[in-house]
Ligand binder design. Structure first.
Ligand code: 7PJ
Length: 286
């Protein structure tokens, strides 16, 4: 096999991202309540830029090519954040990672003002779990000139896991992603700047997640690079019955399977271990 990405180089602001083989995106949540690393960077109830910088630096040393900064927890049942809260959490972090570490920063947001302000501070990629459907988000993203990651989600985070249903999960996800990619192109975002993501765990049962992983090559055929995020998610818990701090091995196995099936960007908490897995895969593929 060969890694299937067609547009092998993505222009992310000042950074050129080489996707000729799969790369790791490290997760950095600035929320106090994310399910896995939530609250890790808080001191006396306020976000510590110093702790954030140390963690980002570690992920870059371990081989992450992108740091994904999020300020709104999307886990089922998470508290909603105001626009101002999200700006307060995300913008100083983007600025610090860009200025102090020279990092390629992706912003995990659905909010137009967060997209615009992050780009001003030097973010290189917009990652939206709502695929730029919130008011103003699509225009804001197009105006930045940055690549966008469009993710599929059924429903909204507070209710999405209640009873997700599809007539054909692959076709439904694929149709949605193609529609959103068309909307982006119509707004002036060229296809070379579009990344797609099936949205593992976002309004999906275990069976849906497994079907999407098994048939990932079909999504890859749409011609856009794919991003996947399964790290420590409940699909690992359902498969292995493990608490969140014991999901590394399951997450690595899923990362390997996704990369082998064509994922270009793997979004994870455990950077060093995932980079090792991808090196092993690349050695076999090339
Ligand atoms: C994803 C994400 C994902 C993309 C989150 C978590 C929940 N962005 N943001 N894909 N998941 N593109 O990390 O468990 O799967 S937040």
């Amino acid at each position: 096999m060969q890694f299937p990405v067609k547009h092998t180089q993505l222009i992310c602001g000042k950074h050129l991202l080489d996707l000729s083989r799969p790369v790791v995106m490290g997760i950095l949540n600035t929320t106090p309540d994310s399910f896995s690393d939530g609250g890790s960077y808080y001191e006396e109830n306020s976000l510590s830029l110093n702790l954030v910088l140390r963690r980002a630096e570690q992920m870059l040393e371990e081989g992450a090519k992108i740091i994904d900064v999020g300020g709104e927890s999307t886990r089922p049942g998470a508290a909603s954040v105001s626009e101002q809260q999200e700006l307060d959490r995300v913008i100083p972090v983007v600025e610090a990672l860009v200025d102090k570490l020279g990092a390629l920063v992706s912003v995990d947001t659905s909010t137009a003002s967060v997209i615009t302000e992050s780009a001003k501070k030097g973010a290189g990629l917009i990652n939206d779990v709502r695929a730029l459907q919130r008011e103003g988000a699509l225009v804001a993203a197009a105006t930045t000139g940055l690549p966008v990651c469009l993710m599929h989600m059924q429903g909204e985070p507070n209710s999405m896991q209640k009873n997700p249903q599809y007539s054909d999960v692959i076709a439904d996800v694929s149709d949605f992603l193609q529609r959103r990619a068309s909307a982006c192109r119509a707004q002036g975002i060229p296809s070379e700047r579009i990344i797609l993501d099936p949205g593992f765990g976002f309004g999906k049962t275990l069976a849906h997640n497994l079907a999407l992983l098994k048939r990932l090559p079909e999504l890859s055929e749409l011609g856009y690079p794919l991003l996947v995020g399964m790290s420590r998610k409940s699909m690992v818990a359902q498969l292995l019955d493990r608490p969140v701090d014991e999901r590394l091995v399951g997450s690595l196995a899923l990362a390997m399977l996704a990369a082998e099936r064509g994922a270009a960007i793997i979004r994870v908490h455990d950077v060093a271990a995932t980079v090792d897995v991808l090196k092993v895969l690349a050695a076999v593929v090339e």
